[in-house]
Design a protein around this ligand. Structure first.
Ligand code: ATP
Length: 339
């Protein structure tokens, strides 16, 4: 991924001071945003943070209460969904159950009056792209969840939109299939060069696929960065905790005066016993969770509960026993206070 030159590239999507209120609920609250052509852009946040509403505003399924939505340089704020060069993949796929897979995929072409032979040819092309060749005659009900997901994707891509919106498209799949589809989606996006906007509450999914990620909290974007920066340099306590479950420590506890710091669980080493020293804290081991590739420890330090992740299980640790946590000073990331 190459940092774009923002001056010379026209944005695919621009939100300017966009808000969307439902009665007293500020679902989206004054969002400014630029998404570049060809970007894989994710909107990440907990349930109710406004990411789906933001996606629906871009798709034209909701009207902004205030602000402007610009798509490829054109004010689209008042355009209906069908007049935008945008398709959407919904979490439940919304396939037509009575149509076979080929007709589902070719639906957008049928509506536009494309003759049947060409419709079928292009549908088969799309099915090949999503690795479903040969399944065109089946009904959606005769497919697995992962296959239905691919049909929904093929259907949304057949008329080559400039922008594809994806609302938790992998949410219904089991973990292994989800991880496979993450890799395929990213590869497909690269191959087609279409701008993807992807809504998810799964931070791992957002980090692994995206060029940039916007973290939503209470209808606002709290941080917008590439995955590495987001993970390594969270700006706020919310982002630190939501992306990668960082520990958040008070400066006082660390002897660093006021302020807050994020400390990633995997940047902490743990050993048995109480050993005072710089960049360390002593506490009591509350719990050990064996996770396979990693082991997670919960440790009580004063009033705080800290998490430690190690790649191999430490020996000689006992639940209820004293432990010492250590880290490199550079692992502490200062956080901003948010009003
Ligand atoms: P989730 O992951 O659960 O879908 P989200 O981050 O996508 O959450 P939104 O669906 O955008 O969040 O919802 C943001 C807020 O707006 C929530 O408080 C929600 O209840 C509210 N909201 C969304 N749509 C409507 C609606 N049509 N009418 C009233 N309130 C709504």
């Amino acid at each position: 991924y190459k940092e774009p030159e923002t001056q010379s590239v026209q944005a695919a999507v621009e939100l300017r001071g966009v808000s969307c209120y439902f009665g007293p609920v500020k679902a989206v609250d004054g969002v400014d945003l630029e998404i570049l052509p060809g970007e894989f852009f994710s909107m990440l946040g907990p349930s109710g943070s406004g990411k789906t509403t933001c996606l629906r505003l871009i798709g034209g399924f909701e009207q902004p209460t205030a602000g402007q939505i610009v798509l490829f340089g054109q004010d689209a704020s008042k355009l209906p969904p069908y007049a935008r060069d945008v398709n959407t993949v919904f979490q439940d796929y919304a396939l037509f159950p009575h149509m076979n897979v080929r007709d589902n995929v070719a639906y957008a072409l049928m509506v536009r009056g494309v003759p049947k032979p060409e419709r079928h040819r292009r549908a088969e092309e799309m099915l090949e792209l999503v690795k479903l060749s040969g399944l065109g005659d089946r009904r959606p009900g005769q497919l697995s969840g992962g296959q239905r997901q691919r049909v929904a994707l093929a259907r949304a891509l057949i008329n080559r939109p400039r922008l594809l919106l994806l609302d938790e498209p992998l949410g219904a799949l089991d973990l292994k299939l989800r991880e496979e589809m993450q890799i395929e989606l990213k590869a497909l996006q690269r191959q087609l060069g279409i701008t993807f906007i992807y809504v998810t509450h799964d931070q791992g999914e957002a980090l692994s696929m995206s060029d940039r990620v916007a973290v939503f909290n209470h209808g606002k974007i709290e941080q917008l960065d590439n995955p590495k920066t987001l993970y390594e340099y969270p700006k706020t306590e919310f982002v630190a905790r939501f992306v990668g479950s960082a520990n958040v420590l008070e400066g006082r506890l660390l002897g660093l005066g006021t302020g807050k710091y994020a400390l990633r669980p995997e940047r902490i080493a743990i050993q048995a016993g109480s050993h005072n020293g710089p960049n360390s804290l002593c506490g009591t081991l509350l719990d050990i969770h064996y996770l396979g590739a990693q082991t997670r420890y919960e440790v009580q330090v004063g009033n705080e509960r800290l998490t430690v992740l190690t790649s191999s299980e430490e020996q000689g640790l006992q639940v209820g026993g004293a432990v010492t946590l250590r880290w490199e000073h550079s692992a502490l990331r200062p956080l901003q206070e948010v009003s």
